[in-house]
Design a protein around this ligand. Structure first.
Ligand SMILES: *Cc1c(COP(=O)(O)O)cnc(C)c1O
Length: 436
């Protein structure tokens, strides 16, 4: 009798099994588990420039960039050197440092509608604190968010629309009290009529509206300028704090973020991802009058043992020196445009229903004829085909966001050769899709 051997496990499968023994689901953040696309996540041992390397040294061209921060490419020497120098001086002091002032000055000078800014340690902390601040400033409880936008995982924000429109919110996670969710209204993204109706009914009870000004957590959606203008006007009319969550778009879609792209001045802005250059950082800032309500100046409490961490501040400063160079964003945008247009061209050649959008170093890929305008459109795109595409690209050494509901990112380290390689791989996959 011939003996039948099971397929040898890949290194990633072995790592994943080991990880699951003591880490829930084997990961420390759910999307990393590949639940959306299926299969086994790539375990990464190191990264450099546009590439991540798995534990067996196989390179992948990376379009995730740690979900945004790696805009200069991985292990960018000036950033790494700044962290090494900072580490020699000590990891944390629990006292103010001049590096925090430098970071605050940099951001406030680049984006003048941010008059005061406070550093925290994650995007979740930034949005959670901004909402508390808006509630404290206005003395109101209700907040508005939009369907498909993600603002981190604090209780008020893990909420979806109730069964009827303009109904009270329902938690999207177990563990969030309904009593909490009832203060959050969820509206369809990019929908002016729904916005007007909500303000008519609840405007004077709203503390704030929080929005991803360009959505990057339901794949990518660029809303209309009219939508943003209407939102800004309604917030002003009803005394509602407008919060732009630029944790993803800040310093990603351009040096002055999505607010500059639309010509809108929000009252508060949240940051994360890029500003820490890969270290855990978030920030929230905005109008002086509102920001002065935070402790120690005002009665809204907010604090953090590691806030303004010296390693993170010095890494961020080193990174900003490169982001502020002339033509940095023009060159980055040109690369994103080249890739997106190349992918669209080969899809068209093989009659694949495919579309893509981009701003600056951020892009979205869709298996649908038209670009989505809201969450429902994204959900109605061909996610099964996206998943096939994802795995076929992965096999060829191209690492895209492992979900049809996430945006992808370009870095300054991607070469045109990398982009040509990516387009050629995509064409091979499109040919297979046509044949299947
Ligand atoms: C990633 C993200 C967050 C959460 O940031 P964390 O650092 O993961 O807590 C919040 N808002 C937006 C728009 C994000 O993309």
């Amino acid at each position: 009798m011939t003996q039948v051997f099971a397929d040898p496990k890949t290194a990633d499968q072995v790592h994943f099994e080991k990880a699951k023994r003591h880490i829930p689901g084997g990961v420390n953040s759910p999307v990393r588990a590949f639940t959306g696309v299926g299969g086994t996540p790539v375990f990464v041992s190191k990264a450099k420039g546009a590439y991540i390397y798995d534990t067996e040294g196989r390179p992948y061209i990376d379009y995730v960039g740690s979900w945004g921060p790696m805009i200069l490419g991985h292990a960018f020497d000036p950033v790494i050197n700044a962290v090494k120098t900072a580490a020699d001086d000590g990891l944390s002091f629990g006292c103010p440092t001049p590096f925090e002032t430098t970071m605050a000055d940099l951001i406030c000078e680049l984006i003048p509608h941010i008059e005061l800014i406070r550093m925290v340690s994650s995007g979740t902390e930034a949005t959670m604190s901004a909402i508390r601040l808006a509630r404290g400033y206005t003395g109101r409880d209700k907040i508005v968010k939009f369907e498909g936008c993600y603002h981190g995982h604090s209780d008020s924000l893990l909420v979806k629309a109730g069964s009827g429109m303009l109904d009270i919110g329902e938690p999207t996670s177990k563990g969030v009290p309904a009593d909490f969710a009832k203060h959050t209204l969820t509206l369809p993204y990019n929908d002016i009529e729904a916005l007007k109706a909500a303000f008519e009914k609840f405007g004077s009870e709203l503390a704030c509206v929080i929005i991803e000004p360009i959505a990057g957590n339901m794949n990518m959606i660029i809303p209309t300028k009219e939508f943003h203008q209407t939102l800004r006007q309604l917030c002003t009319d009803y005394g509602v704090v407008l919060i732009f969550d630029e944790v993803m778009t800040g310093f990603r879609v351009g040096l002055k973020g999505a607010s500059h792209y639309f010509g809108i001045q929000p009252d508060l802005t949240t940051f994360g991802k890029i500003i820490g250059a890969g270290l855990p950082v978030g920030a929230f800032g905005g109008k002086k009058e509102i920001m002065e309500c935070i402790a120690p100046l005002g009665g809204v409490y907010q604090a953090g043992t590691l806030s303004g961490n010296p390693l993170a501040m010095r890494a961020g400063k080193a990174m900003f020196e490169h982001l502020t160079k002339p033509d940095f964003y023009e060159e980055l945008t040109a690369k994103t445009a080249y890739l997106v247009n190349g992918l669209k061209a080969v899809a068209k050649k093989h009659s694949i229903a495919f579309n893509a959008c981009y701003v600056g170093g951020m892009f979205g890929l869709f298996f649908s004829e038209n670009l989505p305008k809201n969450f429902n459109d994204v959900a109605n795109a061909d996610t099964k085909r996206f998943n096939e595409f994802f795995h076929a690209m992965l096999k060829q050494g191209i690492y895209l966001a492992p979900s049809a509901f996430e945006a992808s990112f370009m870095s300054a380290a991607h070469s045109y050769d990398d982009l040509d390689k990516t387009i050629a791989c995509a064409e091979r996959v499109f040919l297979e899709l046509v044949a299947s």
